[in-house]
Design a protein around this ligand. Structure first.
Ligand code: GDG
Length: 445
């Protein structure tokens, strides 16, 4: 089997390599363990002299890592301003949040060229190259222009909007044209695939786009949940709920995740169904991300204020309705808490897939499973049809779903859960990677 080169903006940090924490790294962890691989990307560090510093290579038996630094200016323009201040909002249909500057776009293309040029010396002619996510849309084109002839595939982890939205981006045709260098482009859902095909067609371009939904490794996640459900840390949190039932939300602090909308939904539940006061607690775990982007700072302030006002309006001396932390939890504690939660509340306004929904299902106790409430606008929604599906903008709809979920008997919960567990086990991280790589191989033989 040929060597696999995985390229992503960030490679997993050292501590994450045996136990990956986030979406993309969890998905790829499995595949790089099973064949000779090189994982290439930004180290996460900034240095004024980054362009003069060599690539750092850490060789392993199966998987090796090669990383390099960015200059503070590259970090700001390529990563914060263009990737996360233009492409992320565009792909999540939030054109109102786009802050476009031509100099940032130029830096984006230049850093993509840098990724390609720094990878080149490490490539062999028969490598399969798999590039990930919106930070690196144009990288494949640079590799081609430098003479790389082997297979190059690209996977987009976030949604792709229709032409009517995409065309808002200045220079969108240049971006799309650069993507025609790939032998295969994978996206999460059929809707994304249709949208991207429509954009290529609108620009008179051709590319092969395929829907290939990412999953998790449910069995190992389930084992983690079982073994940590009784850990000291999880017990301590449960004790603090004082016997109340609880709802859990877990998301990076991001406007695509619908966190204020969800908080309003919970507040509405307490207004309309006061029987839940002092009976149900909502735990929202929200590690801060991209704090260097203005819209993220504004969102944090909005959530801080909303939590304060809900707790002020509904809380009592003995009960805090919303528990909220901006610190990340250890993965095993998260798994253990999912297992004890009555409801997993996942309400993104848009999401490529949403792995939290799948992790929540995998973590449940099959004898007494919790209920998943899921936004219709998550990429996971077409697969998890037995979730209580909601529109994240419909505050009353979220309140009703919470009431329904909290009232469901064990039989109904089990019926819904077992169908969803079947789905999560069928479509795993491993099968996702295999589907994409098989199809990339077919495209080029
Ligand atoms: C992108 C796309 C797509 C969260 N908080 C903590 C924590 N997490 C972990 C979750 C989950 C991961 O981070 C988040 O994955 P998601 O899929 O929900 O969302 P994004 O980070 O936005 O990922 C998304 C994904 O790529 C994969 O293609 O599904 O649509 O946006 O694994 O558990 N982990 C720990 N502590 C936390 O506090 N340890």
């Amino acid at each position: 089997m040929e060597r696999l080169i995985v390229v992503s903006n960030r490679t997993p940090a050292q501590g994450e390599r045996t136990q990956p924490a986030g979406g993309l790294t969890v998905g790829l962890h499995e595949v790089v363990q099973t064949r000779e691989s090189l994982w290439f990307g930004w180290s996460g560090n900034q240095a004024e002299d980054a362009d003069a510093k060599p690539v750092q290579v850490e060789s392993g038996e199966t998987v090796s890592y090669a990383t390099f630094d960015l200059t503070p200016e590259q970090y700001e323009r390529f990563y914060l301003n263009f990737s996360n201040g233009v492409l992320w909002p565009l792909c999540h249909y939030r054109t109102d949040l786009i802050r476009y500057w031509r100099a940032d776009a130029e830096a984006y293309y230049a850093v993509n060229e840098r990724f390609a040029d720094r990878l080149l010396p490490y490539l062999r002619s028969d490598d399969t190259i798999w590039i990930h996510d919106y930070h690196l849309f144009p990288m494949g084109k640079r590799l081609r222009s430098r003479g790389v002839k082997g297979r190059i595939g690209f996977f987009l982890h976030i949604p792709f909007p229709p032409w009517s939205v995409a065309r808002v981006l200045p220079g969108v045709d240049r971006l799309l044209e650069s993507m025609t260098a790939y032998d295969r482009i994978g996206v999460q859902t059929h809707e994304d695939a249709e949208n991207l095909r429509g954009c290529f067609a609108a620009c008179g371009l051709e590319a092969v786009v395929e829907a290939c939904p990412i999953g998790i490794e449910p069995e190992s996640f389930r084992q983690t949940a079982i073994s940590s459900a009784a850990s000291d840390e999880v017990r301590k949190t449960l004790r603090s709920f004082d016997g109340h039932r609880f709802i859990i939300g877990v998301d990076r602090l991001d406007y695509s995740k619908g966190i204020p909308e969800r908080l309003r939904g919970f507040a509405r539940l307490l207004e309309r169904y006061p029987q839940y006061c002092e009976q149900v607690t909502f735990l929202q775990v929200t590690p801060v991300s991209r704090a260097g982007v203005e819209s993220y700072r504004a969102l944090k302030q909005q959530i801080d204020e909303l939590v304060g006002s809900i707790n002020g309006a509904h809380g009592t001396a003995a009960w805090t309705p919303v528990r909220y932390t901006t610190h990340g939890l250890a993965r095993e504690d998260l798994a253990g808490l999912y297992r004890h939660a009555d409801i997993g509340l996942v309400t993104p306004r848009r999401d490529g897939m949403n792995l939290v929904a799948k992790e929540f299902i995998a973590a449940q106790d099959e004898n007494d499973p919790g209920v998943l409430i899921l936004s219709r606008l998550a990429g996971a929604a077409p697969d998890l049809v037995k979730a209580l599906q909601v529109n994240p903008l419909d505050t009353d709809g979220i309140a009703d779903a919470l009431h329904t979920g909290l009232s469901m008997d064990r039989k109904a919960r089990h019926e819904a859960w077992s169908v969803m567990y079947g789905e999560v086990t069928r479509n795993t991280a491993g099968s996702w990677a295999k589907q994409f790589l098989d199809s990339l191989e077919m495209a080029t033989t």
